[in-house]
Design a binder for this molecule. Structure first.
Ligand code: XMP
Length: 515
């Protein structure tokens, strides 16, 4: 069984970042709610527990607690910020609202680099964000480090293996933060660091085999990272029991269908059904301009086509047809946050969703993984960098970037324009730094002049944003020379385009997509 460290969630963003840092230390981490009981913890038999930071004060009304039974289990515990204050408060030390809480950069002083802070320099930069301050420790604990505002910035009780830090070791601004986490994981918890990308693959392959047995499995490929990595993992596990389906809606990025063919059919020799359904999508979308109506049409038609393929393969017939469907669900989508709601699920992100009346069981080989792990696993499995590092792409594809009516002609213009934008962004070395960068085709034409003639053609809007999670985004300050190259090429190379504009709207108030 994989060794696990539990991250107790007192503030979702903090907990996710800690969980990722633990994984970077090659230790498997799982996020759990703060109301987890000692019995539930014991049942998971973790090798260590980390209490996250959070916005509360231990004196706040209804402030989240830790089941006191958990500190008695003998499992090593590290409290971070609020987590550290909570440990001190519950174990009999003192936490004060001194009004001297520290925010931002601070200097950590380590008088003797021992124990959790072994090999720490005498002084190093750390990142604080706390309102309360630990001023007295519980029996057995000693102070290990301080900052100007926090006399007890790090403490430890080596016998009980209970530690706390007021600073945030998980953020990059804390220069030796990762060292502290690794010291806790590798020495205090005595974990070797066995959660590697190779071991993730091995574990998932075994789990998939055990789940599906000899049954057949279907997977819808979208061209995106998640479905590609999920399919490659499942294929590694069960080979030709897997059939992949790629539905070309006519609204994909340029070359996407060919790339899926080249990768899955040729390189991995996956049984791939490539449905060229462009005409059906353009017919269904004719005359439709309302954004949500377009989304709905694209989503429903996708599912209908997928169902047709599944039925042809014998799904739902009871004998020999596919029983399982692969979904590329990731860990952040399944974590229950402290508030009890599953985080980050967006109702409109449903293209490629489940055909309702076909009775599939789900195979979700990525549901334990963060996005960076999915990419690393994809690379390890030999998927091309172009797929592994692809920016997110909406389910309805170019359909939500062609403003107004979607026609074959307009889809072709936008696909060609998008390819130019992406090509220049890649050449400038910016592709992986941007959350998304693409072209938008509005529903107006404007007058221009080319050579001796007047033109009346479409503008293209360049949309490029930076973001961490798509919930908020900032428009990217692309260098002028990159914008210039994109503009020149769009007008020279893409028929039907005579003008280029740049979208300088952040989210909010804008959304990333135009529809
Ligand atoms: P917005 O435009 O809401 O987009 O700022 C946020 C993120 O979601 C993607 N997006 C979609 N993804 N189906 C999807 O699968 C959709 O209908 C859809 N609409 C937006 C968008 O690309 C961005 O990453």
């Amino acid at each position: 069984m994989t060794d696990v460290v539990l991250v107790v969630d007192y503030g979702a963003q903090y907990a996710q970042l800690i969980a990722r840092r633990v994984r970077e230390a090659r230790v498997y981490s799982e996020i759990v709610r703060h109301d987890i009981t000692a019995a539930e913890v014991a049942a998971k038999a973790p090798k260590g527990i980390i209490l996250s930071g959070g916005p509360s004060s231990v004196y706040g009304e209804g402030a989240p607690r830790l089941d006191p039974g958990i500190t008695a289990l003998g499992i090593p515990i590290l409290g971070i910020c609020y987590g550290a204050q909570l440990l001190v408060h519950q174990l009999g030390g003192t936490v004060e609202a001194t009004g001297r809480g520290g925010y931002g950069r601070a200097e950590l002083e380590v008088p003797t680099s021992v124990d959790l802070l072994a090999d720490f320099p005498e002084r190093s930069v750390v990142w604080m964000s706390h309102g309360d301050t630990i001023t007295g420790l519980f029996d057995g604990a000693v102070a290990l480090a301080s900052t100007d505002d926090a006399p007890i910035a790090v403490f430890g009780d080596p016998d009980a293996k209970i530690y706390g830090t007021q600073f945030h070791p998980e953020v990059a601004h804390s220069v030796h933060g990762q060292d502290l986490l690794e010291r806790f994981l590798h020495h205090v918890c005595d974990l070797g660091g066995t959660w590697t990308h190779a071991s993730i693959i091995e574990t998932q392959v075994e789990a998939i085999k055990a789940q599906v047995g000899a049954a057949k499995v279907l997977c819808a490929l979208s061209g995106g990272v998640d479905s590609a990595v999920a399919a490659a993992l499942v294929h590694k596990a069960i080979g030709d029991q897997l059939t992949c389906v790629f539905v070309d809606t006519g609204l994909m990025r340029q070359g996407e269908g060919d790339q899926v063919d080249a990768t899955f059919r040729k390189q991995f020799q996956v049984d791939l059904i490539h449905v060229k359904a462009q005409d059906r999508f353009f017919d269904a979308l004719a005359g439709v301009t309302e954004p949500e109506a377009k989304r709905k049409i694209i989503g429903e038609l996708f599912i209908r086509i997928f169902e047709e393929v599944a039925r042809d393969l014998g799904a739902g017939s009871g004998d020999g047809g596919p029983k399982f469907l692969v979904q590329g669900t990731l860990y952040p989508d399944v974590i229950e946050s402290g508030s009890g709601h599953a985080a980050n699920i967006k109702s409109h992100h449903n293209v490629g969703g489940l055909p309702e009346d076909l009775d599939f069981d789900l195979v979700e080989p990525l549901r334990l993984l963060f996005k960076d792990e999915v990419r690393a696993v994809g690379e390890e499995l030999g998927l091309p960098a172009e797929i592994v590092w692809r920016q997110p792409f909406p389910g309805p594809g170019l359909g939500v970037r062609i403003i107004g009516e979607v026609t074959r002609e307009r889809a072709e213009i936008l696909a060609a324009a998008d390819a130019v934008v992406v090509d220049e962004i890649r050449r400038a070395g910016l592709y992986r730094h941007l959350w998304q960068s693409f072209a938008v085709l509005p529903a107006v034409r404007t007058v221009g002049v080319m050579g001796d003639g007047r033109t009346y053609a479409y503008p293209i809007i360049i949309r490029a944003v930076t973001s961490d999670d798509a919930m908020t985004a900032d428009w990217a300050r692309l260098p002028y020379d990159v914008i210039e190259r994109i503009s020149t090429r769009l007008i020279n190379e893409v028929d039907g385009v005579n003008r280029v504009a740049l979208d300088v709207t952040s989210k909010p108030p804008g959304t990333i997509e135009w529809e």
